[in-house]
Design a binder for this molecule. Structure first.
Ligand SMILES: [Zn+2]
Length: 235
């Protein structure tokens, strides 16, 4: 097992490339034995609940997890929150690469060297990266589904939204910056920013009209109106 040091944290890297979470020790195994046809005992909260409140498991007579869904969510969230932020971001990148059907093209060491912001801050908005506070995803104000993601958590962004994710098309920015940028192209960002300055009566630049025309023409030529939305340009 290889070890590397970064920001005072020692990471252990397995021979298959998996970087272990340095802040997580596997808790003692949860034992939950009691069950019948319809109900089972949760090894964490020790409550007896209907089996629909457990994740199903193929093996064993119980046919369900030792922890109920509620306890398991909490367990997984705690595990995630224990991850150092650079490792959290790297795992997100690996996961996104996999979900786009590609192999990860970056080792954790390379990621730290070339992609993780040295000051631990969002390069767009300047926020210091941090994990969501306890209870964020489960709170009623911010339910995970349909709710908002924590704005200061690091996220991987496709620099050019029209191209697949890769080490050359990825940077780490805060979730908030990612939400704001979404699938905008630089030309759209410029047009929006300039239009808002003009709205307030601000002076944009001597070249405003030239730039505006250039960016609009570039967008029309690309036929880009959002990710996956290509249209026939009406020039
Ligand atoms: Zn439970």
């Amino acid at each position: 097992m290889k070890t590397i040091e970064h920001d005072g944290i020692t990471y252990k890297i397995r021979s298959d490339g998996l970087v272990l979470n340095p802040n997580w020790e596997k808790p003692p195994r949860v034992r939950a034995w009691w069950y019948n046809e319809t109900h089972a005992e949760c090894g964490q909260c020790r409550q007896i609940k209907p089996k629909s409140e457990f994740s199903p498991k193929k093996r064993g007579g119980r046919n369900c997890d030792p922890r109920c869904r509620e306890c398991n969510n909490e367990y997984q969230t705690n595990k995630r929150r224990a991850l150092p932020l650079p490792l959290h971001a790297y795992r997100k990148y690996k996961y996104s690469m996999r979900s786009e059907g590609n192999d990860c093209d970056l080792s954790f060491e390379e990621f730290l060297e070339t992609h993780w912001p040295k000051d631990g801050r969002c390069p767009v908005l300047g926020w210091k990266f941090e994990h969501a506070p306890e209870g964020w995803t489960t709170s009623k104000v911010n339910p995970k589904k349909g709710g908002r993601q924590y704005p200061f958590i690091p996220s991987t962004d496709h620099i050019d939204p029209t191209k697949p994710l890769s080490k050359d098309n990825m940077w780490i920015i805060s979730m908030r910056a990612n939400e704001v940028k979404n699938d905008m192209l630089p030309q759209e960002i410029h047009l929006l920013s300039n239009a808002m300055k003009r709205l307030k009566g601000g002076l944009v630049s001597r070249h405003f009209f030239k730039e505006q025309e250039l960016y609009r023409t570039q967008l029309k030529n690309k036929g880009y109106a959002g990710k996956g939305l290509e249209w026939e340009p009406k020039l």
